[in-house]
Design a protein around this ligand. Structure first.
Ligand code: NAD
Length: 356
C-alpha cells in the first residue's frame, strides 16, 4: 500500500536545439528588460557570443566561481546595482547557477538559467555558499529559478571528461531520490527515466562529443535528475560528497562519480525495491557495479587519491561523516563508512557482497 506526500515545484522549462533564440522572450516572460548576464571567466566569451543580439542586457559579470564564495556574490551585487539590473541570466554550470541563486536570495530578482552542464542546480531551491572556507547549504523558494532555457547546442563543447562526471553527478541525485525518505511515485518515475537516459547517452558522448542526439538525451536526463534533487531529500551519498568536497577541496562532479558506486553498495541491502528500479534503469546487473563500470566507460577517475585526497584524510572523513546525524536508509556505522571511504580512496570496486 503506497503512502506519500507530493509537492511539485513551479518550473517553466524550454528545451531543445537552438532554444537560445528564445532568450529575449524568456527575459520578458520573467518581467525583465535590463538583465545582468552571469558566467565564469572560462565561459565569458561563450556566454557573450550566445546572447549576442539580445537587447535586454544591461551588463555582464564573469566572475562566477566554484562553491559560490560570498565575496564573489558581493562583487556581483555591486554590478547589479550599477547596471540597475531587473533580472539575471545565468549562463553555465552549477557554479554560475549558484551565483544567480545567491544574488536572487539577496535581491529577489527573477532568474533565467541557461545550463551548460548536467549538474541540475537550475531545478532546485537549494543554494550552497562558501564563507571563510566553510560551505553551508540552505533551501529557500526565493532561489528557485523562474525560467530554465535548455539549449542542447550549448552543451556540445562540454569537455568529454566533464560530460561524464557531470552526468554521473546527475545520476547520483536520482539514485538517492529513488530511496529518499520522502520519495513518491512521480519522483521515482522521473529518477528511473533520468538515470536510463544518462546511462545510455554518456558512453555515446565519449565516442562522439558532437552527437546532438546523445547530448539531447543527456541533457534531458539531467533535467529530470535535477527535478528529483530539488523535490526530495538526499542521504549518505550527498552527505559524503559534501564532507569530502568541502574538507579536502575535491572537484565536485569527480567526487560524486567516485563515491556513488560505494554509497549504493552500502545502502543496497536496506532498499531492495529501489535497487530493482535502479537495476532496470541501468540495464541490468548489480547497480553498484554497473555504476562503477559506467565511470570507467566515460574515463572518469575512480579513486579519491587520484583527485588529491591524502590517505590520512580517510579517518578524518569517516569521523566527519558520522558526526552530525542525518537520515539514511541504512544506519550510519563508522567502521563500515570508513571501509567505504578507504575503498573509494584506493579506487577499488564497490563491496561485492553488498553490490546487489
Ligand atoms: P561548474 O559550473 O563549476 O563548471 C566547471 C567548469 O566547466 C567551469 O569552468 C565552467 O565554466 C565550465 N563549463 C561549463 N559548461 C561548459 C561548456 N558547455 N563548455 C565548456 N566549458 C564549460 O561545474 P558543475 O559541475 O556544473 O557545478 C558544480 C557546482 O554546482 C558545485 O559548486 C556544486 O555544489 C553546485 N551544485 C549545486 C546544486 C544545487 O542544487 N544547489 C546542484 C548541483 C551542483
Amino acid at each position: 500500500m503506497r503512502s506519500f506526500v507530493y509537492r511539485g515545484l513551479p518550473a517553466h522549462v524550454i528545451f531543445g536545439s537552438g532554444s537560445i533564440a528564445r532568450l529575449a522572450d524568456a527575459i520578458a516572460e520573467v518581467g525583465g528588460s535590463r538583465a545582468l548576464l552571469l558566467s565564469t571567466p572560462q565561459q565569458s566569451d561563450m556566454a557573450r557570443e550566445a546572447v549576442c543580439g539580445v537587447h535586454a542586457l544591461a551588463g555582464h559579470f564573469d566572475g562566477a566561481a566554484m562553491h559560490t564564495p560570498v565575496e564573489v556574490t558581493e562583487r556581483a551585487l555591486e554590478i547589479v546595482k550599477a547596471a540597475n539590473a531587473d533580472c539575471l541570466v545565468a549562463f553555465g554550470g552549477g557554479s554560475t547557477t549558484g551565483l544567480g541563486k545567491a544574488i536572487a536570495l539577496r535581491t529577489d530578482l527573477p532568474q533565467v538559467v541557461i545550463p551548460t552542464t548536467y549538474a541540475g542546480s537550475e531545478m532546485t531551491p537549494i543554494l550552497g555558499q562558501t564563507e571563510h572556507g566553510v560551505k553551508t547549504t540552505l533551501r529557500n523558494d526565493k532561489v528557485l529559478p523562474e525560467l530554465v532555457l535548455y539549449d542542447v547546442d550549448l552543451t556540445l563543447g562540454l569537455p568529454v571528461a566533464l560530460s561524464g562526471t557531470s552526468g554521473i553527478n546527475a545520476i547520483a541525485h536520482a539514485v538517492e531520490g529513488l530511496y529518499a525518505q520522502d520519495t513518491n511515485p512521480i519522483m521515482q518515475m522521473m529518477a528511473v527515466e533520468g538515470i536510463a537516459a544518462l546511462a545510455k547517452a554518456l558512453p555515446r558522448i565519449v565516442d562522439g562529443p558532437g552527437d546532438l542526439d546523445a547530448r539531447g538525451e543527456a541533457l534531458y536526463g539531467a533535467w529530470l535528475c535535477g527535478i528529483v534533487l530539488g523535490a526530495v531529500g538526499m542521504a549518505l551519498h550527498h552527505k559524503l560528497c559534501h564532507t569530502l568536497g568541502g574538507g579536502f577541496d575535491l572537484p565536485h562532479a569527480e567526487t560524486h562519480t567516485i563515491i556513488l558506486p560505494h554509497a549504493v553498495a552500502y545502502n543496497a541491502p536496506a532498499v531492495p525495491e529501489a535497487m530493482v528500479l535502479l537495476r532496470g534503469a541501468l540495464g541490468g546487473g548489480a547497480p553498484a557495479q554497473a555504476l562503477y563500470e559506467l565511470g570507467r566507460a566515460v574515463g572518469a577517475p575512480n579513486s579519491l587519491k587520484s583527485i588529491g585526497m591524502p590517505e590520512a584524510g580517510v579517518d578524518a572523513a569517516a569521523d566527519q561523516a558520522v558526526r552530525n546525524p542525518y537520515w539514511n536508509p541504512r544506519p550510519i556505522e563508522r567502521a563500515a563508512i570508513r571501509a567505504l571511504i578507504a575503498r573509494a580512496w584506493a579506487g577499488e570496486p564497490p563491496e561485492a557482497a553488498m553490490a546487489t
